[in-house]
Design a protein around this ligand. Structure first.
Ligand SMILES: Nc1ncnc2c1ncn2[C@@H]1O[C@H](COP(=O)(O)OP(=O)(O)OP(=O)(O)O)[C@@H](O)[C@H]1O
Ligand SMILES: [Mg+2]
Length: 250
């Protein structure tokens, strides 16, 4: 079956001259949690920005649901982007709005009307938002202001907001970096469930090697902008991962 997301021969050179990605090819099938590991500056965030097309690759292709979006612009790019939801290290919620309203915000991109310009959504979307909040186990906090949440709760709300976008691919850039170990496990369990039970393709950048081994279906190691390995977790050696960070430091 064709992967939901596939980058082929991707290269990205910043105007400053830094060659951040070189010939990167990675596929994310439906139902799989793929973790990307690699040292600081190896190109992980740049890879995600090429997929969301906030950067345009210097070379290569970004296949999403059967179409290459590497050079799309305008309305066609906006439509394609709706299919990819992003989760960042910090949840970036609207602090003074309710948890439920924050989740519902995820649906805004799919409704371009005068109502949404005023921040209002059809009631069916509010019901869906409540369902997504239930999925992340936070129904009881629906009416609470988002600014009052703990880091772990806020990140779960960010995941519910990503789901409200109804993407087929979820990208996460160090989603557990500021969470305690238990909250981090909770987020990884959720991301794995989205892949295994909801059939989404999930690509998650991590610095926690133990979490990669515990939760990923497959692990890609990036080193100096290149793919150093791409392996099912079951076949991955601790040594290969160690090499990744040693080489990056060299
Ligand atoms: N806007 C930019 N302009 C120029 N160079 C950049 C820019 N953003 C990133 N870089 C460079 O590109 C390379 C890859 O950066 P990137 O942020 O993708 O790394 P990363 O793997 O996400 O690192 P970290 O683990 O620290 O988040 C680095 O050398 C970085 O300095
Ligand atoms: Mg980064």
């Amino acid at each position: 079956m064709q992967p939901l997301l596939e980058v082929r021969g991707l290269a990205l050179r910043y105007p400053s001259g830094t060659q951040a990605l070189i010939d990167v090819s990675i596929a994310v099938p439906a139902g799989e949690l793929l973790v990307v590991l690699g040292g600081n500056g190896c190109g992980k965030t740049t890879l995600l920005r090429c997929i969301t097309r906030t950067l345009t690759p210097t070379a290569g292709e970004v296949w999403l649901n059967g179409g290459d979006i590497a050079h799309l612009t305008g309305e066609r790019l906006r439509q394609a982007r709706l299919d990819v939801a992003l989760i960042w290290q910090h949840a970036a919620l609207v602090r003074r709005r309710s948890v439920l309203a924050n989740v519902a915000c995820g649906a805004l991109g799919r409704h371009q009307t005068l109502l949404t310009a005023l921040g209002l959504l059809p009631s069916i979307e509010m019901q869906a938002a409540a369902d997504y909040l239930h999925q992340v186990g936070l129904s009881h906090l629906a009416k609470q202001r988002a600014g009052t949440l703990s880091g772990g709760q806020a990140q779960r709300v960010a995941i519910a907001r990503a789901l409200a976008q109804r993407p087929s691919v979820v990208l996460a850039d160090e989603p557990v970096a500021s969470l305690d170990p238990e909250a981090a496990q909770e987020i990884m369990r959720l991301l794995r469930r989205l892949a295994h039970q909801e059939g989404l393709g999930v690509l998650c950048v991590l610095h926690q090697v133990d979490l990669a081994f515990a939760y990923a279906d497959r692990v890609v190691g990036l080193r100096s902008g290149r793919v150093a390995f791409d392996q099912p977790t079951s076949g991955l050696s601790q040594d290969a991962v160690r090499q990744l960070y040693l080489a990056e430091a060299a």
